[in-house]
Design a binder for this molecule. Structure first.
Ligand code: NAD
Ligand code: SER
Length: 318
């Protein structure tokens, strides 16, 4: 019997992941938790708990009392916000992970999902088709926290048998919830501005190529990884995962196929150097071999779906 807790459920990934988990397990078996006092509207169909992942005792109590078997730990500061609050980013991104890893070590949890990121790579990493195992010298607080998290996940698996599974997500593109402060957020904002008929000001240069993925692919990958038999999980740090890759100019050109008068201007800021430190494409052959990963959405596909579904009212909601 699986009973899951998603911490950070009110964010870009959590709002979609919880819905899929509830479809699979039944609403009562997928508890959403977030710092936000109010349950996001899309998650009102099941249990919601206001929780601060930094309150170790409160988190332990919920997991033990509710007999949770799996945790999806999504609460974190993303790359751009983390550069503005480095001390807090390190605390938030690491302390919650230890609380959950320790609960699993003590036998309270059967499985953990903890997301890593392409930010674990740095300027000295091979940029194209970045291998699963390669030079990793991240130059952002976010990347350092994700790399440290990966090492701890592998350590808890090796030393204590904790079944922790992870994906190095690329930039995720979705329309249900706005993104939470990453360097890849431009590739979501661009659709809202196109829909509003505005000229889009991009904070990255036109030729900055980054790995990206449509949310539906990311959620499917997460569920498949978590359901894969234990003997198929060969990586206990975090799996490379690829969907597609594109530059701001390429996504703008694809949008122009649908919105012929769409305009973009380039005004790079501090996020440009973050983006330049990351890979432009990812080799995910290990995920394909181990648990059968295959992406479904190309750039063309995700532009179609995004333009059909983005709701500009989200921009003015809390
Ligand atoms: P998000 O910022 O959209 O959502 C994070 C959620 O965590 C928010 O709802 C926030 O309220 C909640 N939260 C913040 N502090 C909390 C606390 N102390 N206690 C409980 N909840 C708290 O982030 P996301 O895009 O959904 O990302 C989720 C995870 O996936 C993060 O670890 C992120 O690093 C990783 N990731 C995301 C992307 C992406 O493109 N979205 C890419 C790579 C990795
Ligand atoms: N999309 C994320 C970010 O830009 C990548 O981890 O921070």
């Amino acid at each position: 019997m699986r009973k899951v807790l998603v911490i950070g459920a009110g964010g870009q990934i959590g709002t979609e992941l919880v819905i899929r988990l509830r479809e699979k397990l039944g609403s009562e078996n997928a508890i959403a938790a977030d710092l936000k006092a109010d349950c996001p509207a899309s998650l009102k169909g099941g249990p919601y708990i206001q929780m601060d992942v930094l309150d170790r005792e409160a988190v332990r109590k919920v997991i033990i009392d509710q007999k949770i078997t799996e945790v999806y730990l999504l609460a974190a500061l993303l790359s751009a916000t983390a550069e503005k609050h480095p001390d807090f980013a390190w605390k938030l991104n690491m302390d919650g992970l230890f609380t959950i890893l320790d609960l699993a070590k003590e036998g309270y949890l059967k499985k953990i999902f903890w997301p890593s990121s392409i930010a674990v790579f740095g300027p000295t990493t091979p940029k194209e088709n970045t291998p699963q195992r390669t030079v990793m010298e991240p130059s952002t607080v976010y990347g350092i926290s994700k790399q440290a998290g990966e090492r701890w996940c592998e350590y808890y698996y090796d030393k204590f048998g904790v079944d922790v599974r992870s994906i190095r997500y690329p930039g995720l593109i979705s329309y249900t919830t706005l993104p939470g402060g990453g360097t890849t957020d431009y590739a979501v904002d661009i659709f809202y501005q196109a829909k509003l008929g505005n000229k889009f000001s991009c904070f990255l240069k036109e030729d900055t190529r980054l790995p990206m993925m449509f949310m539906e692919d990311a959620i499917r990958a997460t569920l498949n990884l978590m359901e894969a038999p234990i003997d198929k999980i060969g990586i206990r740090s975090s799996y490379n995962l690829s969907g597609c890759d594109f530059t701001p100019e390429e996504i703008a050109n694809e949008i122009k196929e649908h919105v012929s008068d769409f305009e973009i201007a380039y005004d790079p800021d501090y996020r440009q150097s973050i983006a330049e430190s990351w890979p432009s494409s990812i080799d995910d052959s290990q995920a394909r071999e181990d648990w059968g990963w295959k992406e479904e959405y190309s750039l063309k596909d995700l532009v179609n779906v995004m333009l059909e579904n983005v709701n500009v009212d989200l921009l003015t909601q809390d």
